[in-house]
Ligand binder design. Structure first.
Ligand SMILES: [Zn+2]
Length: 275
Protein backbone atom coordinates (compact mmCIF):
# COMPACT_ATOMS: atom_id res chain seq x y z
CA UNK A 1 0.00 0.00 0.00
CA UNK A 2 1.29 3.47 -0.86
CA UNK A 3 1.91 5.94 1.95
CA UNK A 4 2.51 9.64 1.41
CA UNK A 5 6.09 10.76 1.95
CA UNK A 6 6.28 11.78 5.62
CA UNK A 7 8.49 14.84 5.04
CA UNK A 8 6.47 16.68 2.39
CA UNK A 9 2.75 17.09 1.97
CA UNK A 10 3.30 18.15 -1.68
CA UNK A 11 4.81 14.78 -2.65
CA UNK A 12 2.11 12.99 -0.74
CA UNK A 13 -0.60 14.88 -2.58
CA UNK A 14 0.94 14.16 -5.98
CA UNK A 15 1.09 10.42 -5.46
CA UNK A 16 -1.87 9.44 -3.34
CA UNK A 17 -4.19 12.06 -4.85
CA UNK A 18 -4.24 12.35 -8.63
CA UNK A 19 -2.49 9.05 -9.39
CA UNK A 20 -4.75 7.04 -7.15
CA UNK A 21 -7.80 8.67 -8.66
CA UNK A 22 -6.59 7.90 -12.19
CA UNK A 23 -6.16 4.23 -11.43
CA UNK A 24 -9.62 3.98 -9.97
CA UNK A 25 -11.13 5.71 -12.99
CA UNK A 26 -9.33 3.38 -15.40
CA UNK A 27 -10.55 0.30 -13.60
CA UNK A 28 -14.11 1.53 -13.44
CA UNK A 29 -14.12 2.25 -17.17
CA UNK A 30 -12.91 -1.23 -17.98
CA UNK A 31 -15.70 -2.93 -16.09
CA UNK A 32 -18.54 -0.53 -16.70
CA UNK A 33 -19.07 -0.96 -20.38
CA UNK A 34 -19.07 -3.44 -23.20
CA UNK A 35 -18.79 -3.47 -26.93
CA UNK A 36 -20.73 -5.69 -29.28
CA UNK A 37 -19.25 -6.98 -32.53
CA UNK A 38 -21.46 -8.35 -35.28
CA UNK A 39 -20.65 -10.14 -38.50
CA UNK A 40 -23.13 -10.58 -41.32
CA UNK A 41 -21.70 -12.69 -44.10
CA UNK A 42 -22.75 -12.12 -47.66
CA UNK A 43 -23.88 -15.69 -48.13
CA UNK A 44 -25.60 -16.40 -44.83
CA UNK A 45 -22.87 -18.89 -43.97
CA UNK A 46 -21.69 -16.82 -41.00
CA UNK A 47 -23.71 -14.73 -38.60
CA UNK A 48 -21.78 -13.92 -35.44
CA UNK A 49 -22.39 -11.73 -32.43
CA UNK A 50 -19.76 -11.22 -29.76
CA UNK A 51 -19.68 -9.33 -26.49
CA UNK A 52 -16.33 -7.94 -25.40
CA UNK A 53 -15.07 -5.80 -22.55
CA UNK A 54 -13.12 -2.60 -23.16
CA UNK A 55 -9.84 -4.52 -23.12
CA UNK A 56 -10.99 -6.35 -26.22
CA UNK A 57 -11.49 -9.61 -24.36
CA UNK A 58 -14.37 -11.63 -25.81
CA UNK A 59 -16.75 -12.67 -23.03
CA UNK A 60 -19.46 -14.34 -25.02
CA UNK A 61 -19.85 -15.27 -28.67
CA UNK A 62 -22.55 -16.97 -30.70
CA UNK A 63 -22.53 -18.12 -34.31
CA UNK A 64 -25.53 -19.07 -36.38
CA UNK A 65 -24.84 -20.24 -39.90
CA UNK A 66 -27.72 -20.43 -42.35
CA UNK A 67 -27.51 -22.98 -45.12
CA UNK A 68 -29.69 -21.08 -47.54
CA UNK A 69 -29.49 -17.66 -49.14
CA UNK A 70 -31.27 -15.41 -46.66
CA UNK A 71 -33.16 -12.15 -46.96
CA UNK A 72 -32.56 -9.20 -44.66
CA UNK A 73 -35.60 -9.89 -42.42
CA UNK A 74 -34.48 -13.43 -41.68
CA UNK A 75 -30.96 -12.32 -40.81
CA UNK A 76 -32.09 -9.40 -38.64
CA UNK A 77 -34.56 -11.59 -36.73
CA UNK A 78 -31.83 -14.14 -36.13
CA UNK A 79 -29.43 -11.41 -34.95
CA UNK A 80 -32.07 -10.17 -32.49
CA UNK A 81 -32.12 -13.58 -30.86
CA UNK A 82 -28.34 -13.67 -30.82
CA UNK A 83 -28.15 -10.22 -29.18
CA UNK A 84 -30.54 -11.37 -26.48
CA UNK A 85 -28.36 -14.39 -25.84
CA UNK A 86 -25.08 -12.48 -25.78
CA UNK A 87 -26.27 -9.53 -23.70
CA UNK A 88 -28.37 -11.61 -21.29
CA UNK A 89 -28.27 -10.68 -17.62
CA UNK A 90 -25.54 -13.11 -16.64
CA UNK A 91 -23.29 -11.71 -19.40
CA UNK A 92 -23.82 -8.02 -18.66
CA UNK A 93 -22.85 -8.02 -15.01
CA UNK A 94 -22.35 -4.32 -14.69
CA UNK A 95 -22.29 -1.50 -17.17
CA UNK A 96 -23.92 -1.24 -20.52
CA UNK A 97 -23.20 -1.51 -24.22
CA UNK A 98 -21.14 1.50 -25.26
CA UNK A 99 -20.44 0.73 -28.93
CA UNK A 100 -21.53 -1.61 -31.67
CA UNK A 101 -19.34 -2.55 -34.64
CA UNK A 102 -20.76 -4.41 -37.61
CA UNK A 103 -18.79 -6.16 -40.36
CA UNK A 104 -20.80 -6.87 -43.49
CA UNK A 105 -19.85 -9.20 -46.33
CA UNK A 106 -20.97 -6.91 -49.07
CA UNK A 107 -20.68 -3.42 -50.49
CA UNK A 108 -20.93 -0.90 -47.66
CA UNK A 109 -21.01 2.88 -47.73
CA UNK A 110 -19.25 3.31 -44.39
CA UNK A 111 -19.46 7.10 -44.42
CA UNK A 112 -23.27 6.99 -44.62
CA UNK A 113 -23.68 3.81 -42.60
CA UNK A 114 -25.61 2.13 -45.38
CA UNK A 115 -25.32 -1.34 -46.91
CA UNK A 116 -25.30 -0.86 -50.67
CA UNK A 117 -25.77 -4.48 -51.65
CA UNK A 118 -25.02 -8.08 -50.70
CA UNK A 119 -24.32 -10.21 -53.75
CA UNK A 120 -25.64 -13.46 -52.30
CA UNK A 121 -28.65 -12.27 -50.28
CA UNK A 122 -31.86 -10.34 -50.77
CA UNK A 123 -33.37 -7.18 -49.34
CA UNK A 124 -30.17 -5.34 -48.42
CA UNK A 125 -29.95 -2.74 -51.17
CA UNK A 126 -29.38 0.68 -49.57
CA UNK A 127 -30.27 -0.69 -46.14
CA UNK A 128 -29.56 1.84 -43.31
CA UNK A 129 -27.96 -0.78 -41.08
CA UNK A 130 -26.00 1.64 -38.88
CA UNK A 131 -29.12 3.49 -37.73
CA UNK A 132 -30.98 0.22 -37.36
CA UNK A 133 -28.46 -1.20 -34.87
CA UNK A 134 -27.90 2.11 -33.07
CA UNK A 135 -31.61 2.27 -32.34
CA UNK A 136 -31.98 -1.42 -31.58
CA UNK A 137 -29.13 -1.52 -29.05
CA UNK A 138 -29.33 2.10 -27.94
CA UNK A 139 -25.61 2.67 -28.58
CA UNK A 140 -23.50 4.37 -31.26
CA UNK A 141 -22.80 1.98 -34.11
CA UNK A 142 -20.36 1.82 -37.01
CA UNK A 143 -20.59 -0.50 -39.98
CA UNK A 144 -18.05 -1.44 -42.61
CA UNK A 145 -17.21 -4.11 -45.13
CA UNK A 146 -16.00 -7.32 -43.45
CA UNK A 147 -12.61 -7.31 -45.19
CA UNK A 148 -12.08 -3.70 -44.07
CA UNK A 149 -12.94 -4.64 -40.49
CA UNK A 150 -10.63 -7.67 -40.60
CA UNK A 151 -7.82 -5.56 -42.07
CA UNK A 152 -8.11 -3.02 -39.28
CA UNK A 153 -8.07 -5.85 -36.72
CA UNK A 154 -4.88 -7.26 -38.27
CA UNK A 155 -3.18 -3.86 -38.08
CA UNK A 156 -4.31 -3.30 -34.48
CA UNK A 157 -3.82 -6.81 -33.08
CA UNK A 158 -2.49 -9.23 -35.69
CA UNK A 159 -0.13 -9.66 -38.63
CA UNK A 160 0.03 -5.94 -39.50
CA UNK A 161 0.92 -4.38 -36.16
CA UNK A 162 3.17 -1.36 -36.71
CA UNK A 163 2.76 -1.30 -40.50
CA UNK A 164 2.04 2.04 -42.13
CA UNK A 165 0.43 0.54 -45.22
CA UNK A 166 -1.23 -2.88 -45.16
CA UNK A 167 -3.15 -4.80 -47.81
CA UNK A 168 -5.45 -7.48 -46.44
CA UNK A 169 -6.67 -10.34 -48.63
CA UNK A 170 -9.40 -12.64 -47.37
CA UNK A 171 -9.89 -15.96 -49.14
CA UNK A 172 -13.29 -17.56 -48.79
CA UNK A 173 -16.33 -18.00 -50.92
CA UNK A 174 -15.11 -14.81 -52.56
CA UNK A 175 -11.96 -12.71 -52.29
CA UNK A 176 -12.13 -9.76 -49.95
CA UNK A 177 -9.52 -7.05 -49.99
CA UNK A 178 -8.82 -3.97 -47.90
CA UNK A 179 -6.22 -1.26 -47.49
CA UNK A 180 -5.20 0.24 -44.18
CA UNK A 181 -3.06 3.38 -44.40
CA UNK A 182 -1.64 5.06 -41.30
CA UNK A 183 -3.92 3.04 -39.07
CA UNK A 184 -7.11 3.93 -40.93
CA UNK A 185 -9.21 2.03 -43.44
CA UNK A 186 -8.72 3.55 -46.88
CA UNK A 187 -12.18 3.57 -48.44
CA UNK A 188 -11.49 5.47 -51.63
CA UNK A 189 -13.90 7.60 -53.61
CA UNK A 190 -16.56 4.89 -53.98
CA UNK A 191 -15.86 2.81 -50.84
CA UNK A 192 -14.37 0.03 -52.98
CA UNK A 193 -10.63 0.78 -52.66
CA UNK A 194 -9.63 -2.71 -51.50
CA UNK A 195 -12.15 -4.68 -53.54
CA UNK A 196 -9.74 -6.72 -55.61
CA UNK A 197 -12.05 -9.74 -55.99
CA UNK A 198 -13.85 -8.28 -58.97
CA UNK A 199 -10.81 -7.29 -61.03
CA UNK A 200 -10.74 -8.87 -64.47
CA UNK A 201 -7.81 -11.30 -64.60
CA UNK A 202 -8.85 -13.78 -67.29
CA UNK A 203 -10.77 -12.99 -70.46
CA UNK A 204 -13.73 -15.39 -70.86
CA UNK A 205 -12.80 -16.97 -67.51
CA UNK A 206 -15.23 -18.71 -65.14
CA UNK A 207 -18.44 -16.96 -64.05
CA UNK A 208 -18.08 -14.73 -60.99
CA UNK A 209 -20.61 -14.34 -58.15
CA UNK A 210 -21.40 -10.90 -59.57
CA UNK A 211 -22.39 -12.40 -62.92
CA UNK A 212 -19.34 -11.29 -64.92
CA UNK A 213 -16.60 -13.56 -66.22
CA UNK A 214 -12.93 -13.98 -65.36
CA UNK A 215 -12.84 -11.95 -62.15
CA UNK A 216 -10.12 -12.74 -59.62
CA UNK A 217 -12.55 -14.30 -57.16
CA UNK A 218 -13.95 -16.64 -59.82
CA UNK A 219 -10.42 -17.90 -60.47
CA UNK A 220 -8.67 -17.78 -57.10
CA UNK A 221 -11.15 -17.72 -54.19
CA UNK A 222 -10.92 -20.60 -51.72
CA UNK A 223 -14.01 -22.06 -53.31
CA UNK A 224 -12.58 -21.73 -56.84
CA UNK A 225 -9.27 -23.34 -55.79
CA UNK A 226 -11.05 -26.29 -54.17
CA UNK A 227 -13.41 -26.64 -57.14
CA UNK A 228 -10.55 -26.70 -59.61
CA UNK A 229 -8.73 -29.32 -57.54
CA UNK A 230 -11.80 -31.57 -57.52
CA UNK A 231 -12.24 -31.12 -61.26
CA UNK A 232 -8.61 -31.83 -62.19
CA UNK A 233 -7.84 -34.60 -59.71
CA UNK A 234 -10.05 -37.19 -61.47
CA UNK A 235 -7.50 -37.30 -64.28
CA UNK A 236 -4.50 -37.84 -61.96
CA UNK A 237 -4.63 -41.04 -59.88
CA UNK A 238 -1.90 -39.96 -57.43
CA UNK A 239 -3.62 -36.65 -56.68
CA UNK A 240 -6.99 -38.38 -56.48
CA UNK A 241 -5.54 -40.82 -53.91
CA UNK A 242 -4.09 -37.94 -51.86
CA UNK A 243 -7.48 -36.22 -51.87
CA UNK A 244 -9.25 -39.40 -50.79
CA UNK A 245 -6.76 -39.76 -47.95
CA UNK A 246 -7.07 -36.12 -46.81
CA UNK A 247 -10.86 -36.04 -46.88
CA UNK A 248 -11.57 -39.62 -45.72
CA UNK A 249 -13.16 -40.34 -49.05
CA UNK A 250 -15.28 -37.18 -49.28
CA UNK A 251 -13.20 -35.36 -51.86
CA UNK A 252 -15.90 -32.71 -52.37
CA UNK A 253 -14.87 -31.43 -48.92
CA UNK A 254 -11.30 -30.54 -49.89
CA UNK A 255 -10.36 -27.04 -48.74
CA UNK A 256 -8.10 -24.45 -50.38
CA UNK A 257 -5.78 -24.75 -47.38
CA UNK A 258 -5.36 -28.47 -48.07
CA UNK A 259 -4.63 -27.71 -51.73
CA UNK A 260 -1.86 -25.34 -50.64
CA UNK A 261 -0.47 -28.02 -48.32
CA UNK A 262 -0.47 -30.56 -51.13
CA UNK A 263 1.39 -28.06 -53.31
CA UNK A 264 4.03 -27.62 -50.61
CA UNK A 265 4.30 -31.42 -50.38
CA UNK A 266 5.05 -31.54 -54.11
CA UNK A 267 1.75 -32.61 -55.66
CA UNK A 268 1.98 -31.47 -59.29
CA UNK A 269 -1.73 -30.79 -59.80
CA UNK A 270 -1.91 -28.73 -56.61
CA UNK A 271 1.20 -26.82 -57.68
CA UNK A 272 -0.32 -26.08 -61.05
CA UNK A 273 -3.49 -24.71 -59.42
CA UNK A 274 -1.54 -22.60 -56.93
CA UNK A 275 0.63 -21.21 -59.73
ZN1 LIG B 1 -17.09 -10.34 -59.99
Amino acid sequence: MFRPHPSGSETGTQHSGPLGAQRTTGKLLATQGYVVGVEISGSGARQSVALANLDGEILHRVRRPLDYVPNSETVLRLLDEMFAEVTGHESLQDGRILRVGVAVGGLVDAARGVVRTLYHAHGWDNFPLQDYFAERLDAPCIIDNNANAAALAEVRYGAGVGERVALYIGLGRGIGGALVVNGKIYHGETCTAGEIGHMLVKDDGPTCSCGHHGHLEAVASARAIAGRMIGLSVEYPETEAALQRLTSGRTERITAEQVFRLAVDGDQVARHIVD
